[in-house]
Write a protein that binds this ligand. Structure first.
Ligand code: DX5
Ligand code: ZN
Length: 232
């Protein structure tokens, strides 16, 4: 299995009044990916950020921007995020009437594509579209809010997803990332990695830590996430 672990801070929990600085500081602390949560107060009961903010942060970092769409419908907004500099776009299968077509739309727009699975959503959605997927994202909370508790059943589901992905990677030689999102922290990240995840979203655990005016405020948390990962 791919033993490269990636840490993806969810900027949902960042200080929006200083978003550019927050992103630069967290990447400078050793995080890998900017996780960008898009909510529409329709598919999920919360409202966050859109392509304008993605465009605004694009010049402040070279890091991958991983756009997690929690919007319904999804197709209309995908090219906008691609133009705004997104690198990866994931969406929930329940939010698209034509999943295969939406995955193609993401790729045709120039981004890596992925499907997101809510805690109760079956992994069966993967079976006929693996060739069009670059990332599988398992929600370990119900989407809509940061700061929720990790749902333990996600560990079983990660093991199942890992098996499907490994079988596919062995057959095709193509890499698919397995990301987990919700309630990840330094205490549970090793167990989550052991279950098969390679990419870890963490919002409140990262942005809730450290001292506001210290530019190195995220060093400690990112280091402790990595240290826990090294035990996996
Ligand atoms: C929830 C979002 C998550 C969330 C993670 O709908 O998709 O990315 O911000 O936040 P924490 O790490 O605080 O659970
Ligand atoms: Zn997310």
């Amino acid at each position: 299995m791919d033993k490269t672990f990636r840490i993806a801070p969810s900027i949902l929990s960042a200080n929006f009044a200083k978003l550019g600085q927050e992103i630069q500081d967290v990447i400078a602390s050793g995080a890998d990916i900017v996780h960008f949560d898009v909510m529409d107060n329709h598919y999920v009961p919360n409202l966050t950020i859109g392509p304008l903010i993605c465009e605004a942060i694009r010049p402040v970092t070279d890091a991958i921007i991983d756009v997690h769409l929690m919007v319904k419908p999804v197709d209309r907004i995908i090219p906008d995020f691609a133009k705004a500099g997104a690198n990866i776009i994931t969406f929930h299968p329940e939010a698209s009437d034509h999943i295969d077509r939406t995955l193609s739309l993401v790729r045709d727009s120039g981004c890596k594509s992925g499907l997101v699975f809510n805690p109760a959503t079956s992994l069966d959605y993967l079976d006929h579209v693996m060739d069009k997927i670059d990332m599988v994202l398992l929600m370990s909370v119900n989407p809509g809010f940061g700061g929720q508790k990790f749902i333990p059943e996600t560990l079983n589901k990660l093991t199942m997803a890992r098996k499907k992905i490994d079988a596919y990677m062995e057959k095709t030689g193509r890499t698919i990332w397995l990301e987990v999102d919700g309630g990840v922290n330094a205490n549970n990240i090793a167990e989550i990695a052991k279950a098969g995840a390679d990419t870890f979203v963490a919002g409140s655990a990262i942005f809730g830590s450290g001292n506001d005016n210290d530019p190195n405020r995220y060093d400690t948390i990112v280091k402790s996430l990595r240290e826990s990962l090294s035990k996996a």
